[in-house]
Write a protein that binds this ligand. Structure first.
Ligand SMILES: *Cc1c(COP(=O)(O)O)cnc(C)c1O
Length: 486
């Protein structure tokens, strides 16, 4: 039988595709090199939005045409996290090396679920590096996942299996007759609560412990909550510490949490989504002491380490328990000692995904091409910029600092009447200006302008722009107050 000419999706003319591909690559280099000359963000016009409501295309469109649409309708309207002026939320900027590695990974189209292939060894290589960085033993297991939301969920699930035994995987939580309780601070990321929910425990099972003036979990209150729950017949099973809280960048007292977990026989997990990789910075690393005592750590290469989205990671001290929390036999996934089905355990034995992309490659490239010291320097630099911004705020009477600056996040406000409303308007106006883009959060009941300095491209001049723009907008508001919302 003869193949129909269109049965393969490969091009008929590779040279034509090659030329187009080179143009696409060059366009992205130009885009990256010229980021500073563009707005951080701009709202998309309605006609651009409308362009994404087309019916299913049945016939082919020339690649050059699709790419032209990308350049016109997609590229200019991202959220801007690659831009040096981006300071919102917690986002990494990405790198040129990461982009190239993504292209290579896509070219390979490897499925990292398992089997005997070197791409799996690349992921294991990153695990080795991570163990080394965090002082974890050789038995520790790890896995690339989408992000820390998934990593935190895996940690809660493994801790649950540790607390109740692997039988819980078959009989379920209810059959255990135990009511498990988890502990995190009120400043913990929302995904911790979601992880507890996704594991079937219900969010009421998460006890939110108060924090001190620096935003760190109050360990006296933690111990009291654990004791109270035990008296009430609950089964405490996990403490989730934060290494870098999302609002202000506080680091929980990790050694004290490790002590309490050890004394109480609880799992000690650390949500180090962005903060854990500050281990790469010799200046910041000492402040993460205690991390090496965690039972598990969730963190993201896609934040401070600037690896392209997505590249989350879960590290678990007890690799066997991690494996036994997920591995399931299936005839069509049988393992062999030779051939392609060898190389057990497979990475899919450590998480819920069977098909998995090659997130490890861009991370492996970035760590090699930049070296851990240079990535650490990016982290130190963000913290120095934050300290500088803090000083600017403290020396400017019209501004006030609203939270301590522990790492690279600065929460502040313009002093005035109805400050919450004015500061919210300032942030929106700054975002719309395209010059510099902080976000907002609530600190001690007050709305704060929140500048998170994660981007490796951000410089002193961007801090200056931020301060000047906030003062300018605040002043404008005094001359002509913003419309009050009802
Ligand atoms: C970003 C973040 C998360 C969630 O991680 P994702 O990678 O977005 O899923 C959890 N905790 C903290 C402290 C974070 O900063």
């Amino acid at each position: 039988m003869q193949d129909k000419p269109y049965s393969s999706l490969d091009p008929t003319d590779w040279n034509e595709l090659r030329a187009q591909g080179h143009r696409m690559l060059d366009d992205m280099f130009d885009h990256m090199a010229g980021l500073r000359q563009k707005p951080v963000w701009q709202p998309a016009p309605q006609e651009v939005r409308d362009a994404f409501r087309e019916p299913l295309p049945r016939q082919p469109t020339p690649l050059a045409e699709v790419h032209a649409r990308f350049l016109d309708e997609i590229l200019p309207y991202g959220i801007g996290n690659a831009h040096p002026g981006f300071m919102g939320w917690v986002q990494g900027g990405g790198t040129a090396v990461g982009m190239l590695a993504e292209m290579l990974a896509a070219g390979l189209n490897a499925n990292l679920g398992g089997r005997d292939q070197i791409p799996v060894e690349v992921e294991r290589q990153v695990l080795h590096w991570v163990r080394e960085l965090f002082g974890f033993p050789d038995e520790a297991s790890g896995l690339f996942v989408t992000g820390s939301s998934m990593a935190n969920m895996i940690a809660v699930l493994v801790a649950r299996t540790g607390a109740l035994g692997t039988g819980v995987r078959k009989t379920g939580l209810a059959a255990s007759g135990r009511r498990l309780t988890a502990y995190a601070s009120v400043a913990a990321h929302q995904c911790v609560s979601q992880a507890v929910d996704l594991c079937g425990l219900g969010t009421d099972a998460l006890r939110l412990i108060p924090v001190d003036a620096l935003g760190r979990m109050d360990t006296v209150a933690l111990e009291a909550a654990i004791a109270h729950d035990r008296r009430q017949g609950f089964t405490p099973f996990i403490i989730v510490g934060s290494a870098g809280t999302v609002d202000i960048g506080a680091i929980d007292p990790l050694p004290a949490l490790a002590d309490i977990a050890a004394r109480e026989g609880l799992w000690f997990h650390v949500d180090g989504a962005y903060g854990a990789l500050a281990m790469l910075s010799p200046e910041i690393a000492p402040r993460l002491a205690g991390l090496e005592r965690a039972d598990s750590i969730a963190f993201d290469f896609h934040k401070w380490a600037q690896v392209q989205y997505d590249a989350g990671f879960i590290l678990v001290r007890d690799g066997r328990l991690h494996h036994d929390s997920f591995a399931s036999p299936a005839a069509y996934l049988a393992r062999e000692t030779r051939g392609m089905a060898a190389n057990s355990p497979w990475l899919s034995d450590f998480g819920p995904d069977l098909s998995r992309g090659f997130r490890a490659l861009k991370t492996w490239f970035a760590i090699q091409a930049y070296g851990s010291e240079r990535l650490g320097e990016v982290i130190s630099h963000g913290c120095r910029l934050a300290q500088d911004l803090k000083q600017r705020i403290e020396s400017e009477p019209r501004l006030e600092l609203l939270a301590p600056v522990g790492l690279n996040i600065v929460c502040f406000g313009y002093r005035c009447e109805e400050a919450d409303e004015v500061n919210r308007e300032i942030v929106i106006a700054l975002q719309e200006s395209g010059l510099v883009a902080p976000s907002t959060t609530i600190v001690n009941g007050r709305l704060a302008i929140r500048a998170a300095l994660f981007n490796h491209r951000t410089r002193q001049q961007d801090i200056d722009t931020l301060v000047e723009a906030v003062l300018h907008r605040g002043q404008q508001n005094e001359a002509a107050p913003v419309r009050r919302r009802a």
